[in-house]
Write a protein that binds this ligand. Sequence first.
Ligand code: AMP
Length: 551
Amino acid sequence: MNALMQDNALLISSLLEHAARHHPDVEIVSHLDMRTCVRTTWRKATLRAARLASALRTLGIQPGARVATLAWNTHRHLELYYAASGMGAVLHTVNPRLFPEQIGYIVNHAADELVFFDLGFAPLLEQVAPQLKSVKGFVAMCSRAELPALNLPGPLLCYEDLVADAEPLAEWPSLDENTASSLCYTSGTTGNPKGVLYSHRSTVLHSWAACAADGLQLCARDSVLLAVPMFHVNAWGIPYAAAMCGAKLVLPGPDLGGERLFNLMRDERCTFSLGVPTVWLGFFQHAEKLDAAARAGLCLERVVVGGSAAPRAIVEKFEHLFGAYVIQAWGMTETSPLATICNLLPRHDGIPLEERFDVQTRQGRAIFGVEIAVFDAEGRRLPADDHTPGELKVRGPWVVSAYYGQEPGAELDANGWFATGDVALIDKDGYVQITDRSKDVIKSGGEWISSIDLENLAVGHPKVKEAAVIGAYHSKWQERPLLIVVPNEGAEVTAAEILDFMQDRVARWWMPDDVVFVDELPHTATGKLLKTRLREQFQGHRLPTDAAVAD
Ligand code: AMP
């Protein structure tokens, strides 16, 4: 028997219509560069998105066509999120930090028809454009007066002209909710990037998870500083979730420096922010120099840390300096990205702060909509006993089924699980602890050592800015941990000091066998440590503990 309930499709345009109807005057604050700030609202953004959607139609963009962006977090990028998907096209957010050849590869792979770009990316675009096979035109996200003369192999259009000259769509098309809405490529440390194609349905369901109390708790009372780029997994879905709940959005543009973020949080009364650990390390480099009176200028309540493991030092500093609660979240491009979120349970009521930090440094519990489990190499399901690490697999309606260009289901096993490539422990309450990427785990004499745990511990040292741990060859143990450290600017620090700091905090046999100092560490386009590069760099490294190779 079929139910007798209304069957409205879950569409991205309905999020925007809701925001315009119920939160029309809530602000969207957009910093285009250091000098130019545009203040708009959900109502105005809705109208401009409807104009832009009709301009896309006039430019010949058909349903299903791909529209690329090379853009920072600005109101124009937000309008495009809604205009392109809302009219039935697919928004392809390109990560400008990828190598030019990779950008060329993914634009061609996606067969993008238009490329929208911020002026700061014009030189990059000029470099890449000759490789692009499917692009019919380029749109500079600026006003007519700012339009530069560029050397591009196709027409150059002006964003503000398109918006001004178009009649707004009378209404958004009623699409099937399974229609593709946006496309993000994984940054991929090896091989070519792979495209994850989201749907209207997956996006709306994921937004609900962001707004849920045991999700990210995003709500109408929040002013959100979006310090995670809109070119990386749809800025963790916040541009959609903010419309769903009517939150204020503060879009910082290209500058994610610590001082800048602090000032925006203070000036825009931000209660909520999101970013990867590297962004927060920069934030504290500034915030720790300020006195208590200056720090009291923030009214930050919650900070989401994800993309890499949240070091305990970040969790502690947000609590101690700002009284702000760190919500660690884990996910990946393939999971839209929210999959596990670290919120507390009744049994944590009243626990000492130190114990609460222990909980917050885990990646959290599965939110409704995502099932998780760990498996061994033979595909057998492992217990959630907090002792048995295994590969984390996920399934659910906002988890990828196949990469762009593959047959549906191509990435799933017989039971519908997607293998994440992350190694994790799950405890009896369902809290996940990501211990490594499966290829980064250090295999020492048949036992596994978590490189992430050691890195987090090392960055807890006050003189350490960033740390990476890789497995270095050892003739007896196969691999032993090598700690690679970037000291804080101007800090004098020795290997012995760091090892002393670590030794009571970790099992003896996990202790790094050597420490080397470097000026900087290599990162991927999404800010993660590029361990393949480090492994190459330290391939012949001789550990002092290895008798067979010692002089
Ligand atoms: P991406 O697809 O670029 O978002 O990268 C996803 C990967 O980032 C995951 O598979 C994890 O390896 C890593 N990751 C994301 N969030 C966390 C987290 N909270 N802790 C540890 N690793 C994380």
